[in-house]
Design a protein around this ligand. Structure first.
Ligand code: ATP
Length: 836
């Protein structure tokens, strides 16, 4: 009891000291304190106030203008030629006729008579939309566009109406009337009228930018061909106007709040032998994030719809093109926009995610004090003196940063690492000696009541929303409560390990959800491998938007080992094809290639296409290696070695990070690794090349290694129902006709089928042979399409065509050679075999 009192007393004293010190500091440094005061003025409150005032002003002006239309004659004498002050404070006590009093009479006279006449009503609209945007972050209309159109309309209609006025009045206001007077002196009445009409025409062109090509085409009675997406075609906006990829961007995002240090015992030690009580000790308490506000503009679709119909069929309309023609194309159509096929696609709104950690980080001071004392005691036991100790409270773990007393060697502490951990004997203690980049030693101790980090807060964080990464991923929060994001393209592959139940699946969902919140279906595709058959099934709903699969496969999510082998080999073919395309385009990376394609500098007639990133996620890799061994290891190693430049990225997860699963070859190609809690030090070393993952506390506590440094994070939590809602939201939107098809891969067993007897041949053999020869292309996917066959039957037909000498053997990424160039010769051959 007395001990407790003493601690409380000390804390009070330290608080008192803290306050007086802060006051002293503020006096010494007035600049800092002014900045602090300014910081306290909540920007949001100022914005809300300004916005509400604008909305009220718009209603006030609207009513006063409206009243002016009926009462202007009654008030005009009193308002005429008076300044606001003169009018408000005139001796006359009689009320004015305007419904909104003297100020209403004066302001409506100003706008309607002295300025722009009746078109001044347009200002009410401008104040209203600005007010809504500033106060409530609601975009009633596209702001810039509305401003442009309204201001042009106000000026033009004032001039137009002024043309018909005999004196200054509320039609065109003084502006419209005077301008007309001057114009008719300069150009004459008729000339002015023509000029006004010309101005109208120019304004329409400048503001609305109508599509004259389409008008011309309509007049000629010919319609442009429209892009065939296999579904109902929607009006497609001008690609240059579209910014559907970042609907959250200009929404208000609350920033991560910076850590604020709470100091205990801030006095510097008076003598070298600082006692335990006098030890300088600070606690860093990262403040919880405010409730974030985020809304997705619901009018995104409407905006695109407003634009002129933009039907692009570049490849079909133009003959094979050279560079000059491509330039012409670019000028005519603007840049290519890969998202146009699904122009109305909307990113999932943040409301689909739950807010778990709303209350923020809780600090238990007595727990902190207790842990600090234990650390100091333990170190004293090993004769290690401490100059300073500081605690940073994170969501699940508190980091005690120790500055050893002068003369104490860090290596001494490092050598005693295990003993110290044993003495502190708390679960999940990790010692970092020294903390890289600092001369301090870190001891991480789990909090007794950990806080959850919700995915919602991570997605809404400024860092993620403003990330310009190609494949941005937000996965968790660091110990200092900072949001941790990374670009998957830079990793460029990820190895994820963790014992069962430690948060691996949640982590994988967090990665996928991050990408779904930032990317359009045209930009990224997922290949999902789920041998457990239950973890990833939720993503079935987004098959036609985001998934890629082998031709002829029913389900896009792969659960069968043999299909994994085929898919990985197919990805190798895709990789080779992409390298070929990059080589032809003289680009080094997919980013450069796509940029060139968007600028229409690559010819689709030559096989160039926009290349989406492909993220391959393999859950339970150990299971695969056990069943398929080298068959999967080989293509995975190939992709891992080569695929970074062409946009294929692997995320491989496993429960058992043993050396026969994570082999040297795999490890060498996966520099970035994520470890959730594992069961042994050996597992930790296998995955991270360092211990530490065995000391994590589970439930999303994890270590991320990016080659050079190791960061401890608390993984963002996203529950299955949330993922389901996100997939449902995406799945309900318009989709591509089918999942992205990967290149066809015919397994080794089915190569070089040998000769066939004619009664063994498929009944569609002759038909298939004709299709192959007419198209001069020997592929199963062609037969599948033309004959509407399943993948297996088309594959068998290809074998038979090869066996009968109509097409050549399988050549990896290249199409098979067709050995008959002439349909007549083929018919003769078929006749000779009795097949025609
Ligand atoms: N980031 C997190 N924050 C809070 N709790 C978490 C977090 N991640 C996981 N958990 C808790 O741990 C439980 C197990 O997580 P998860 O299903 O991801 O484990 P797992 O490692 O994938 O297990 P398995 O390999 O058996 O599927 C979750 O149901 C949840 O209660």
């Amino acid at each position: 009891m007395s001990e407790e009192n003493e601690i409380t007393k000390k804390q009070d004293e330290s608080k008192g000291r803290q306050k007086s010190e802060k006051a002293a500091k503020a006096k010494q440094n007035p600049k800092v304190s002014t900045a602090k005061i300014a910081g306290r003025i909540n920007k949001k409150k100022v914005k809300t106030t300004v916005g509400v005032l604008l909305i009220l002003l718009s209603f006030y002006l609207f009513l006063s203008f409206f009243s002016y239309l009926f009462n202007w004659q009654a008030d005009q004498d009193r308002v005429m030629n008076k300044s606001l002050v003169e009018f408000l404070f005139e001796a006359n006590d009689e009320p004015v006729a305007n419904w909104l009093g003297k100020f209403g009479a004066w302001s409506s006279h100003l706008f309607m008579y002295r300025w722009f006449g009746i078109s001044s009503f347009g200002f009410c609209l401008l104040f209203l939309i600005s007010g809504f945007k500033i106060a409530l972050n609601i975009r009633l209309m596209p702001i810039l566009k509305t401003y442009g159109i309204t201001l042009v309309f106000i000026i033009w209609s004032a001039v137009f109406l002024g043309f018909f006025a005999n004196s200054t009045n509320y039609l065109g206001g003084a502006f419209g009337y005077q301008l007309n007077q001057w114009l008719s002196l300069t150009l004459g009445g008729f000339g002015s009228f023509i000029l006004i009409l010309v101005l109208f025409y120019l304004s329409v062109i400048a503001v609305l930018n109508p599509d004259f090509a389409k008008l011309r085409a309509l007049l000629k009675g010919s319609k442009q061909e429209e892009v065939d997406t296999g579904e109902e075609t929607e009006p497609i906006g001008n690609p240059l106007d579209i910014n559907i990829l970042n609907p959250i961007k200009d929404e208000q995002i609350k920033q991560d709040q910076k850590s604020e240090a709470v100091h205990f015992n801030e006095d510097e030690p008076e003598d070298e032998e600082a006692t335990e009580e006098e030890m300088p000790f600070m606690v860093d308490t990262p403040e919880p994030e405010d409730d974030f506000e985020i809304s997705i503009p619901v009018d995104a679709e409407a905006e695109f719809g407003e634009d002129a119909d933009f039907s692009v069929a570049v490849a079909k309309e133009e003959e094979p093109v050279n560079e000059d023609d491509l330039d012409k194309l670019r000028q005519e159509f603007g840049e290519y926009d890969p998202t146009l096929d699904l122009a109305s696609y909307m990113l999932p709104p943040i409301e689909l995610l739950n807010d778990y950690g709303g209350k923020g980080i809780s600090v238990n001071k007595s727990e902190l004090e207790e842990n600090k004392n234990k650390i100091v005691e333990t170190l004293a036991h090993y004769k290690i003196e401490i100059a300073k100790i500081k605690a940073t409270v994170g969501p699940t773990v508190t980091l005690y940063e120790i500055v050893p007393a002068p003369g104490v060697r860090i290596s001494k502490i490092k050598n005693l690492e295990d003993d110290i951990a044993l003495s502190l004997s708390a679960l999940g203690i990790r010692i970092i000696a020294p903390i890289p980049g600092k001369g301090t030693i870190g001891i991480e101790v789990p909090n007794s009541s950990p806080d959850m980090v919700s995915m919602r807060a991570l997605i809404a964080s400024e860092k993620f929303q403003n990330s310009d990464a190609e494949l941005p991923v937000v996965i968790g929060k660091t110990i200092t409560n900072e949001t941790y994001t990374f670009d998957l393209t830079k990793m460029p592959h990820l190895l994820v390990a963790g014992a069962t139940g430690q948060g691996k699946s949640v982590g994988l969902n967090a990665i996928l959800v991050s990408l779904l919140y930032k990317k359009h279906p045209a930009q990224v595709k997922f290949v999902l491998v789920d041998p457990k058959k239950v973890e990833l099934t939720l993503y079935n709903k987004i098959e036609r938007h985001f998934l890629a699969k082998l031709p002829g496969e029913g389900d896009a999510i792969i659960t069968d080992t043999s299909k994994v082998v085929n898919t990985l080999n197919s990805l190798c073919i895709e990789m080779d094809e992409r390298y070929e395309l990059l080589k032809e385009a003289q680009c080094r990376t997919i980013k450069e290639y796509n940029a060139k394609f968007i600028q229409r500098r690559l010819n689709p007639e030559k096989g160039h296409r926009y290349l989406p990133y492909i993220v391959v996620l393999i859950d339970e890799f150990a299971d695969l290696i056990m069943t398929a061994g080298k068959e999967v290891e080989h293509p995975i190693a190939r992709i891992a070695q080569l695929a970074r430049a062409i946009g294929i990225h692997l995320i491989v997860a496993t429960q058992r990070p043993s050396v026969n699963v994570i082999t040297g070859m795999i490890k060498a190609n996966f520099p970035a690794r994520i470890a959730f809690r594992v069961l042994s030090k050996i597992d930790s070393r296998t995955i991270l090349d360092a211990s530490g993952a065995d000391q994590l506390i589970g439930r999303g506590d994890m270590l991320v290694s990016t080659g050079s440094d190791l960061v401890r994070l608390q993984c963002g939590f996203v529950d299955t129902p949330e993922v389901e809602k996100i997939c449902q939201f995406i799945g309900d939107q318009r989709a591509y006709p089918e999942a992205m098809l990967l290149p066809e891969y015919v397994g080794e067993g089915s190569e070089g089928g040998g000769d066939f007897e004619s009664d063994e041949l498929d009944v569609m053999f002759a038909e298939a042979a004709r299709i192959v020869v007419i198209n001069q292309q020997g592929s199963a996917s062609l037969l599948q399409r033309k004959l509407k066959l399943g993948y297996n039957r088309a594959g068998r037909l290809v074998d038979q065509l090869e066996g009968m000498g109509i097409i050549g053997p399988f050549q990896g990424s290249k199409a098979r050679e067709v050995l008959y160039s002439d349909p007549v010769a083929l018919e003769e051959y078929l006749k000779s075999k009795g097949l025609s």
